[in-house]
Design a protein around this ligand. Structure first.
Ligand code: RM4
Ligand code: MN
Length: 383
């Protein structure tokens, strides 16, 4: 089984997956939860240690602000990981009730822009090159504000942020079709995100969060189209049944994940030089967090491995011949291949444990963290 295409493939993990999280009704705490960004990075590094696949950690600002960035950077270095995308936060301030970058009041827009300038500074301090923006702006009622006026304000605000970026910085612009507002979001879909990116310039790219679409949306089509335009900057992987469920990627619909990875492989976008940042954006509310992240990383690896097995020549031949069932069969043959032992062999050959979850449990890390971190204030979703 040729899985060479996995060489160099990595997945970025989010700092917020390790802190306490919960539902809209209850944030659950568990012993050993990280109390600060250093401990979040320590937890994240465990995922890389047993999978060899996750050497970057995304930060969320201001949740992960520290006084000494070089200290945090060295801490990450020592643990074999580095700081990845810097995520801004436009959804936890009273001033943003009616929006942030789209707000009707120029002073609020300025505040939101300034927050991004702060994020750019964090990038300079941490060596990060990706500024990730999820815009929570939107309307709950028709007539509440001008739909068009808000797009104009957004374009202007993004232009200021883009203009402040360094030459090696990228803007990653996320879309989401509903929530926290329900009549209209200001970046509800990939088309809107892409239009803003095209207007901004080459270094503005779209983030596709797999949980941010209406049920039934053909996500792999969007993946194909964005790659075709050279504007797929990043993935936020997770799974959904109903809304933005943020469950473990590949748990709800592994076949969808395979179809997405097949479009990635068909375009060669799994290779590091493609510039697509494969990230997780998940919360582990009821399951253990570090094992949940390990499982997630392995699910993406497994879907990619299967996608690499697609016989591209046979597929193209069947498509040329109009052989509908034959072409479909080529995909299904790859999807139905059991890649588990081949992946375990590959891990072993690279000095990694065959079963990463089991290996993590055997380290006793969770128990030591629970003992060492007792008594402090745990970082929650938003702290
Ligand atoms: C949003 C979006 C962003 C994430 C926040 C916490 O729904 O997916 O990527 O940063 O949640
Ligand atoms: Mn996301």
């Amino acid at each position: 089984m040729n899985l060479d295409g996995l060489d160099g493939f990595t997945i970025e993990v989010p700092s917020w997956a390790y802190g306490n999280s919960g539902t809209r009704f209850k944030v659950f705490t568990r012993p050993g939860g990280p109390r600060n960004p250093y401990e979040k990075i320590s937890d994240a590094a465990q995922v890389n240690r047993v999978t060899g696949l996750a050497n970057r950690v995304s930060l969320h600002i201001p949740w992960d602000l520290v006084d000494d960035w070089s200290g945090l950077r060295e801490h990450a270095d020592r643990l074999g990981v580095r700081i990845g995308a810097i995520n801004s936060n436009l959804f936890q301030d009273d001033d943003y009730r009616l929006g942030s970058l789209c707000h009707p009041d120029a002073a609020v827009r300025r505040k939101a822009i300034d927050h991004h300038l702060q994020c750019l500074d964090v990038m300079r301090q941490t060596g990060s090159t990706d500024l990730k923006i999820w815009l929570p702006d939107g309307l709950n009622y028709a007539g509440q504000d001008s739909l068009r006026g808000r797009q104009d304000r957004l374009a202007e605000s993004l232009g200021v942020i883009y203009g402040a970026m360094d030459g090696d910085h990228r803007m990653l612009l996320e879309y989401k079709f509903f929530e926290p507002y329900f009549y209209s979001m200001d970046i509800p879909d990939w088309g809107t995100s892409l239009l803003h990116c095209l207007a901004l310039g080459q270094r503005a790219t779209v983030v596709l969060d797999t949980g941010h679409h209406a049920p039934g949306t053909n996500i792999e089509f969007i993946v194909m189209q964005l790659i075709r335009q050279n504007r797929l900057g990043a993935f936020d992987f997770n799974s959904r049944y109903y809304a933005d469920d943020d469950l473990i990627v590949g748990s709800a619909d592994p076949f969808q994940l395979f179809r997405i990875m097949s479009e990635i492989v068909a375009a060669g976008a799994h290779r590091p030089e493609s510039g697509v940042n494969f990230m997780l954006d998940q919360c582990h509310n009821i399951e253990e967090k570090i094992p949940g992240q390990i499982r997630s990383v392995l699910n993406v690896e497994s879907a990619l491995a299967k996608a690499l097995l697609v016989d591209q020549e046979a597929l193209a031949a069947a498509q040329r011949a109009g052989d509908v069932l034959g072409a479909h069969q080529v995909l299904m043959d790859a999807y139905e291949t059991d890649v588990r032992s081949a992946l375990a062999d590959r891990r072993e050959a690279r000095g990694l444990p065959r079963d990463p979850v089991e290996a993590f449990q055997a380290t006793g890390y969770a128990q030591s963290a629970a003992a060492e971190r007792a008594g402090g204030t745990q970082a929650g979703w938003g702290a």
